[in-house]
Design a protein around this ligand. Structure first.
Ligand SMILES: Nc1ncnc2c1ncn2[C@@H]1O[C@H](COP(=O)(O)OP(=O)(O)OP(=O)(O)O)[C@@H](O)[C@H]1O
Length: 385
């Protein structure tokens, strides 16, 4: 499937059903000092007030530079990192209010797929034991014998032979290990899978296979995905909607096709202008937006708009002083759920405001350095898909 074929659930006019409702979530980590670390001298504002919803059956892609808080937000949704403020409503229930058996049951509904399957799979356990473990913990099987029909079905679903059951993680390639990680997540019949950089440790050709597998499984099992990634090519291909994070906040959110066709936030514009386009005619004629300065520390974020220190469209003094809210912006008079946190989105879009630093793009493989990160999606992945 390509992004254009992706139709977000509810796109045909019906209201989409909400599975995850993130309301004003903040996760602030205390920075401690003193001999016994008994003094709090500041905070890392890893997630600093995020509102978003994930609809049943959709794939929501969360993208941003390393350190912007994507993983912490993913962990907050799983309640592995209790929010400092705000709440996460999953399937109508505030997860933080659950305890004991109720929390265990809810945890079954939300599973995680990790970046590095080798470190997330216990090397001393066979594949059978790894898969049965979760099923036993959630009362879905008493033992391996009882689980076997389901295990065979799971292996088939992720494209592994049944002989894999008696093998150990180190006997598999990276792509196969990720298939085991996905089978383990699936084994307890979850509603939501949070996939944190699910393919970034894999070769490009294998990435495409795993992405296609995730899409097939979504269709077969009616799954909802939150895919966290720094790689725009991965997120673009798989997502129905995309949220762009910068320094603990969501700065833009839109349907995947809209975000790529018409990015509205200066940060998203800069990210997309750094991704190489395989067509040389288009590549030669477009402009690259250069960002100045490094990514500020999340323990000392800038005042006002978090992005103002690097923004080519910064306007004194509003951007320095006033933090922009994430708001719906109408494009050509049409309101379609495109949200952006920029005071000047309309003026930038109309050309009324011009950037301070834009240069004609040169085909330069180190172009991503201008973003202080490695946010380039390899063009070859898009081709492989
Ligand atoms: N347990 C923790 N204690 C203190 N600081 C933390 C903790 N976990 C994350 N951080 C900090 O919070 C910020 C956001 O981290 P997070 O891992 O969520 O970002 P990310 O966007 O997922 O980056 P990456 O892709 O590198 O994982 C970073 O500055 C990180 O160092």
């Amino acid at each position: 499937m390509t992004t254009t074929e992706h139709e977000a659930p509810g796109a045909a006019g019906t209201e989409p059903e909400v599975l995850v409702d993130v309301q004003g979530v903040k996760v602030h980590f205390p920075i401690k000092a003193g001999v016994i670390l008994d003094r709090v001298i500041g905070y890392v504002y890893a997630v600093d007030g995020v509102d978003l919803t994930i609809h049943k059956g959709e794939t929501y892609g969360l993208v941003g530079e390393s350190g912007c808080g994507k993983s912490t937000l993913g962990r907050a949704i799983l309640n592995l990192e209790p929010p400092t403020d705000g709440k996460v409503i999953f399937d109508g229930v505030d997860i933080a209010s659950l305890k004991g058996e109720a929390l265990r049951t809810k945890r079954q509904d939300i599973q995680m797929v990790f970046q590095d399957p080798l470190s997330s799979l216990d090397p001393r356990q066979s594949v059978e034991s790894l898969l049965v473990e979760g099923m036993q913990a959630h009362g879905l099987a008493k033992n391996a014998k009882e689980a076997r029909p389901r295990l065979r079905e799971l292996l088939k679903a992720v494209g592994l032979p049944v002989q894999a059951l008696s093998k150990y993680p180190h006997e598999f390639s990276g792509g196969q290990r990720q298939r085991i990680g996905i089978a383990r997540a699936l084994s307890v019949n979850p509603k939501l899978i949070v996939a944190d950089e699910p393919v970034s440790a894999l070769d490009v050709s294998v990435q495409a296979q795993v992405i296609n597998l995730l899409e097939d499984l979504q269709e077969e099992y009616g799954l909802t995905y939150l895919v966290v990634a720094h790689d725009l090519a991965v997120v673009r291909h798989i997502s129905d909607r995309i949220g762009v994070m910068y320094l603990g906040s969501l700065v833009e959110e839109a349907a995947a096709a809209d975000l790529y066709a018409q990015p509205l936030h200066p940060y998203t514009r800069a990210l997309l202008s750094a991704v190489p386009i395989p067509d040389p005619d288009v590549e030669d004629s477009r402009e690259q937006i250069l960002l100045t300065g490094d990514l500020p520390s999340p323990s000392n974020p800038p005042s006002g708009c978090r992005f103002h220190t690097r923004c080519p469209w910064r306007q004194e003094t509003r951007c320095d002083d006033e933090r922009p809210q994430l708001r719906v912006v109408a494009i050509d008079g049409v309101v379609e759920g495109h949200r952006v946190a920029c005071h000047w989105a309309e003026q930038i879009e109309s050309g009324e405001l011009q950037p301070h630093a834009v240069k004609a793009i040169a085909i330069d493989p180190s172009a991503s350095d201008t973003l202080g990160g490695d946010l380039m999606g390899p063009a070859s992945l898009t081709e492989a898909l």
